[in-house]
Design a protein around this ligand. Structure first.
Ligand code: PLP
Length: 389
């Protein structure tokens, strides 16, 4: 009796290992500052919670359409039209999913054949790799570098395109680098995927968490590539709703008719009352979102100013999301050892990582989804641990 061979390619998440260590420290009575987390530290805005409670009270507790409630799909279509210049038919071109994670998984299963290659700018959210593997495909990392602020390098990308390339994943604003791809880069990518007949999966989950007046471009809005593009977005990050498991995917009818069959046979529908909360998130007040982003920007400034002057650390100023991505390659220690040291000595939890391709690079991902006071204390601790190395 053996489990499937494919599981060899699907590791436990690195963050989970950190959670376990942190859990053990906290159980032993230590207070740890959590800079490893990938979720807003704010609560879901009250009016969204109220809408979901009301849905429960009204008995909206049964299966919904596999596509999601029509009110929410219509609101998503309006949002995509008004904010992203995208026209999608809410009846046949939008699916409400149980998180962006499910949408990525469904896209892979519906599109990728065994042996197909999926290009992924790296470092990246590791789930992309696992989803490609689950579909039997091969993830192909496309390295991005600190030297150009982690922008996608078109030459690197072109070198990786081959006869088995089926899809390219774009994630802007980016986890973990904080890069936001400007229009010129997206236009060049669009031309490339069009020329090579490659699907484009655009993960726009951090769309709203963007700084310095930068603007987010949805690739599908560029001429000529809408049919081969899947736009994924959701509620987790913008509205602090990670536990609600609510997101959506918009794509051409043909693609959606494939994805809906994966969705139908795995989760059936997103949670009914969560969908009513999602509707309120889109059509209700955006005041709390705006305040959250302003606070993230203030913390981004603090973390960036503090980290950039610590000898041995290099980073680009994040333009979006809520992570500082720090290159520690010049230090004589691996990122895993340094993360352990930070946890043991400074009681600060961060995510370590190493880059796949030469030259070898070591990184720490430091989330600023923590209070300003805790971030200040954490920066003091990180500075001390690194200067004492
Ligand atoms: N996409 C990226 C780039 C992420 O970083 C995450 C979560 O960390 C997700 C998607 C998952 O979003 P959801 O909670 O909607 O599944």
């Amino acid at each position: 009796m053996t489990i499937a061979k494919r599981m060899d390619d699907i590791p436990f998440s690195g963050i989970r290992k950190i959670f376990e260590k942190v859990g053990a420290m906290e159980a032993a009575g230590h207070e740890v500052i959590h800079l490893e987390i990938g979720r807003p530290d704010f609560g879901t805005p009250g009016h969204i919670v109220q809408a979901a409670k009301q849905a429960l009270d009204q008995g909206k507790v049964h299966y919904t359409s596999n596509y999601g409630i029509s009110e929410l799909r219509k609101a998503v279509a309006d949002k995509l039209r008004d904010e992203n210049q995208l026209e999608y038919d809410p009846e046949s071109e939008i699916i409400v999913t149980a998180g962006a994670n499910e949408a990525v998984f469904a896209a892979m299963l519906a599109i990728v054949e065994p042996g197909d290659e999926v290009l992924i700018p790296c470092p990246c959210w590791p789930t992309y790799f696992s989803c490609v593997h689950m579909a039997g495909g091969n993830p192909v990392p496309v390295p991005v570098n600190l030297s150009n602020g982690f922008q996608l390098d078109l030459n690197n990308l072109k070198k990786k395109i081959g006869p088995r390339t089926k899809m390219l994943i774009l994630n802007s604003p980016n986890n973990p680098s904080g890069a936001v791809y400007p229009k010129e880069i997206i236009e060049q990518v669009a031309a490339l995927v069009q020329e090579h007949g490659v699907f484009l999966l655009s993960d726009e989950i951090y769309e709203k968490i963007i700084y310095d007046g930068a603007s987010h471009i949805s690739p599908a809005s560029l001429p000529g590539i809408k049919q081969q593009t899947l736009t994924i977005n959701g509620f987790s990050k913008a509205y602090a709703m990670t536990g609600w498991r609510l997101a959506y995917v918009a794509a051409d009818k043909e693609l959606i008719s494939a994805l809906i069959r994966i969705h139908q046979n795995t989760v059936s529908c997103a949670t009914s009352f969560a969908q009513w909360g999602g509707l309120e998130a889109l059509v209700g007040s955006q005041k709390e979102l705006d305040a959250m982003v302003m606070e993230f920007e203030r913390r981004r400034d603090l973390v960036y100013q503090r980290l950039r002057v610590i000898p041995g650390l290099s980073l680009a100023k994040p333009q979006g999301a809520f992570y500082a991505f720090v290159d520690i390659s010049t230090l004589d220690i691996s990122s895993y050892e340094l993360a352990d040291l930070l946890l043991n000595k400074a009681k600060v939890a961060v995510v370590p990582g190493e880059v796949f391709e030469a030259p070898k690079q070591s990184w720490l991902r430091i989330s600023y989804a923590a209070s300003y006071a805790n971030l200040t204390r954490a920066m003091d601790g990180i500075e001390k641990v690194i200067t004492d190395l």
